[in-house]
Design a protein around this ligand. Sequence first.
Ligand code: ATP
Ligand code: MG
Length: 393
Amino acid sequence: MKFHSFLIKYGEIGLKGKNRYLFEDALVRQIRYALKDVDGEFDVHKASGRVYVDCDSNYDYEETVESLQRVFGIVGICPVVRVEDEGFDKLCENVVAYMKEMYPEGNKTFKVEARRSKKNYPLNSMELNCELGGVILDALPNMKVDVHHPEIKLNVEVREEIYLYSEIIPGPGGMPVGTNGTAELLLSGGIDSPVAGYMIAKRGVTLHATYFHAPPYTSERAKQKVVDLAKIVSKYTGPIQLHIVNFTDIQLYIYEKCPHEELTIIMRRYMMKIAEHFAKENGCLGLITGESIGQVASQTMQSLAATNAVCTLPVYRPLIGLDKREIVEISEKIGTYETSILPFEDCCTIFVAKHPVTKPNLERIELSERNLEEKIDELMKTAIETAEVVKVK
Ligand code: ATP
Ligand code: MG
């Protein structure tokens, strides 16, 4: 069946009162972004409190639906057949043709739900429901009307044209990116952080990202892997500005000056500080990590507290209560898993101690960091100044 439009259903954002138009505008913008590379011409617009995607020319249906299913804020996608208003008899014909094509087996329960925004239409909504219901029963005698729990709800909307739709394809939910501020994602090449970014973006937050690498200990391919992950995440979020920070000298210096079992924690603290620098520079309101309680030594409650202590911005950890299995499931669903499990080392894995502290004491850590003296500030400054900025889209 050829659909001429998609009616976009949105949930939470419908509730936003006076700010509603901001949410709708963001939704329209994100839909346009999502459809940018899809074959076909699309007109995304608002009309009488609804968002529509019109696609009158040829387009790739599967690809269009898949792209719309990545737009946060969309709760349902309804493929619409638009027909001209050429009188009631013609409408009956069109409705029967629609039902026959959509439900060729013809043995379902249904209900007609008519609405008129064109108030001068000769039949009112109740009359349309009854008449069209009767016409469908005549044409498809194995169908049954069920007004309470129909399997098919046929919507008939009379406007300048008449819109027919009955199918609702689920969207991802959430809120359109751009409606809830910006946050800085610490993005590694692992499984967790892309999922963490996805989850926060789903609440309407625009993402920036920072990746720390340690050439020549980490390869160009490890870096490319992170860029690729950011690309996959950006299919949902829109463009992401990615800072790639050369962390080698800082890591080597910490390695030289601090107890090796504290290395990971101290490194993580410097990562947070640098990420926070970029966050503030870009007006971000928080940091995002892929940490989950107890997953590794650096993610015990004590370790998280020690890492958190250097941050002044809130740190969002959307995976905090998830098991690895649950995180893997999301990463498979969003399409980052296959890339995340490619075997290239990120910088943490190379300098890990055999027996890292699992219950770091903040005072001890701070004491160890005194060994780093002023030189660490110099190194941080250089790392920040030499960071590469990639606009991922
Ligand atoms: P991930 O799968 O996200 O890499 P992980 O299980 O490997 O997480 P850690 O290495 O302890 O866990 O990292 C915890 C979090 O710190 C990551 O989720 C990420 O947000 C951040 N992080 C770790 N390494 C880096 C890095 N090289 N660059 C940027 N952020 C990092
Ligand atoms: Mg990691």
